[in-house]
Design a protein around this ligand. Structure first.
Ligand code: UD1
Length: 354
């Protein structure tokens, strides 16, 4: 089976790595091809992850880069179509919910190539979020829907996806976390980790300023480290906020960090304040309290079972919930079913039965 695996943006790399390792155990059955769309291209958003996660260099690099949603999606589609017409595949595997995921799916579906979506069925219910649109389109067109939690299965059934296409296999991102946890270790001392990159949080000055005002209060009690996503760095500079923040005594702004440093920081943190989807899951797997700076989440299992609390974007809530953790300790939670390091194995076993 010739499988074209598509990655484009930072959170895709942790998800594809365990699948690529698993196909290699069956060399007579699978011929994997790795396509990198180039949605993320900075060394510390891409190459560093390939090295640390031991992902082989991509077989094909599409070099699409940044752009508006339509531009980025269209560029991936044009290049993917050329590739899949020239070199037909038996299956296209896409992961997550980024523009590259949706673009590759549309192209494969129109060429009548089956699509497997890894991390299917997540829904925030918020269509102003670009990822939500990507998830809905990708799932509607996929033939194999591999899910990380039973709520995702339910979402898919509600949207009319036949039960036979839905496979609850667990979380490939946690496969990677469990494999590299010992190597990454954990940072010492008392500190919190901050990450922000959602357009709804960073693209509007008023919203971003409100979130930062809460961080300013928290850093007086707890040193904070903040690896800054390029989108956010751009906005902080554009809004004239970067200079001021870099003078806060207890907040360390830094360049985006690689996977191992990220894991090391998360594992030792007192609290993580984030709007990342992946970090909500990683903190739950590590048993570290997470405050999610959003009004909703497509990953409710991290709240109902894990260590996650939704705090929205208001100063009062963020500070209030952080104080609770600093005075009483945060949620401990439990690790959801099948977040056990064997999700990629389950996926590959399912594909072998095809
Ligand atoms: C994308 C995903 C988001 C994911 C995030 C993780 C979509 C719609 N969004 O958001 O789901 O959580 O990746 O990082 O696919 N930039 C650089 N260097 C890079 C990449 C981006 O400087 O290597 C800057 C560019 O100014 C670019 C901006 O960041 O315009 C946004 O990049 P883009 O890929 O469009 O979206 P993200 O915000 O990274």
């Amino acid at each position: 089976m010739k499988i074209v695996n598509v990655v484009g943006a930072r959170p895709n790399f942790m998800k594809i790595a365990p699948l690529l390792r698993e196909y290699r155990r069956f060399p007579d059955e699978f011929e994997p091809v790795l396509v990198h769309t180039g949605q993320h291209y900075d060394a510390n958003m891409s190459d560093l992850f390939f090295r640390q996660l031991e992902i082989p260099p991509p077989d094909v690099f599409l070099g699409v880069g940044s752009g508006s949603h339509a531009e980025q999606t269209a560029k991936v589609m044009v290049e993917m179509e050329k590739l899949l017409v020239a070199k037909p595949a038996d299956l296209v595997v896409v992961v997550g919910d980024v523009n590259s995921t949706m673009a590759a799916t549309i192209v494969a579906a129109k060429l009548c190539i089956p699509v497997a979506h890894v991390e299917a069925g997540l829904r925030s219910g918020d269509r102003t979020m670009p990822e939500e649109v990507n998830r809905i389109v990708t799932d509607a067109l996929s033939d194999y829907l591999f899910t990380t939690s039973p709520d995702a299965d339910e979402n898919l059934r509600r949207e009319g996806i036949p039960a036979g296409k839905i496979h609850f296999v667990g979380n490939v991102m946690i496969d990677t976390l469990l494999r590299l946890k010992e190597i990454a270790g954990r940072s010492e001392g008392r500190y919190g980790v901050v990450t922000l990159h959602r357009p709804s949080n960073v693209d509007e000055k008023a919203v971003l300023t409100e979130i930062l005002s809460a961080l300013d209060v928290i850093q007086k009690d707890l040193p904070l480290v903040f690896p800054v996503h390029p989108r956010t760095a751009g906005r902080l500079k554009q809004f004239g906020l970067w200079e001021e923040m870099s003078r806060w005594p207890n907040l360390k702004l830094m360049e985006p960090v690689g996977y191992l440093d990220s894991l090391r920081l998360l594992a030792g943190a007192t609290v993580v304040l984030t709007d990342s989807g992946g970090m909500q899951e990683e903190t739950t797997a590590l048993g570290v309290p997470c405050l999610t700076i959003r009004e909703n989440t497509e990953r409710p299992v991290t709240v109902t079972e894990g260590t996650n609390t939704l705090v929205g974007t208001s100063h009062a809530r963020i500070v209030g919930e952080a104080r609770k953790i600093l005075t009483g300790g945060g949620k401990r939670g439990r690790v959801p079913k099948y977040w056990d390091g064997q999700a990629a194995q389950r996926i590959v076993q399912c594909l072998r039965k095809k």
